[in-house]
Design a protein around this ligand. Structure first.
Ligand code: BTN
Length: 254
């Protein structure tokens, strides 16, 4: 478990959103680190992050105008932990749809893409055995490319996609609302109920390269099965299922 948690941040604004306690800050280092020691069903939002964390120890540009949100959820079974990225991706895409944003798709396991550009990323952290922190970063009207030139070619923001963009707080409320019921569904019925909804969000089957910790596999990504395993179809039409932890990285071959 990751012990590198944030020291006490300045006092937040506190409100109840659906069944969540939401703490809002002007600025923190990372909302995931602030959330690390909080109770389940608590969420943290900040206008900016000074040390936003991405997957693979990368940094995440978190300038004003984006949504930087972390939600603490209970984890009862070990298997559920590895399914959380998929469940969270589902909630984010379904929430975006409620604001008329219907062109977003999932890229395994939990990137939110519009065409071939990244709109949002999720980072699930495990700081304690009984909880998980789901971090959600969404580019809305912020300027990620001003802070990291390389993002000009790879990132996209909601203002590039729709005319009327939701405010970060409004989007946070929609996501927390959806996440509450998605996590409840996952805990009560496993992935069986959520699986068809998740599989509707990948877009067309795409050729991909999997990095299985050093070993490469090529094929067509065709979604996930009811256990949350990634399904890869090869040229002979054979389908292989991979546990999420077996796949270090999936790259789409454009
Ligand atoms: C990725 O690499 O795609 C994951 C990015 C996750 C960024 C979000 S922003 C809110 C939360 N706090 C963090 O420090 N990271 C996540």
């Amino acid at each position: 478990m990751n012990q590198d948690v944030s020291p006490a941040a300045k006092l937040p604004r506190t409100s109840i959103v659906r069944e969540w306690m939401l703490l809002e800050f002007d600025q923190v280092d990372s909302t995931n680190l602030v959330a690390a020691r909080l109770e389940p069903w608590t969420a943290v939002r900040a206008d900016t992050q000074t040390a936003g964390r991405g997957r693979f120890q990368r940094s995440w540009v978190s300038d004003a105008g984006g949504l930087w949100l972390s939600a603490v959820v209970p984890v009862s079974e070990r298997q559920h932990r590895q399914l959380l990225p998929l469940a969270a991706g589902l909630s984010v895409i379904e929430s975006l749809a409620t604001f008329g944003i219907r062109t977003a798709r999932l890229r395994w396991p939990n990137d939110i893409m519009v065409n071939d550009r990244k709109l949002a990323g999720l980072l699930v952290d495990s700081f304690s055995p009984d909880t998980a922190v789901i971090g959600v970063g969404i580019n809305i009207s912020n300027q990620p490319a001003h802070h990291d030139n390389s993002l000009a070619a790879t990132a996209i923001r909601l203002v590039d996609v729709v005319h009327d963009v939701p405010a970060p707080r409004a989007l946070a409320e929609a996501i927390l609302n959806s996440l509450r019921s998605t996590i409840d569904e996952l805990q009560n019925g496993g992935l069986a109920q959520l699986c068809p909804r998740i599989n509707g969000l990948w877009g067309d089957p795409r050729p991909v390269r999997l990095d299985l910790d050093g070993v490469e596999r090529f094929g067509l990504f065709t979604g996930i099965d009811e256990c949350g395993r990634l399904l890869l179809r090869d040229e002979q039409e054979n389908v292989t299922a991979f546990e999420p932890h077996q796949v270090r990285l999936l790259r789409e071959i454009i």
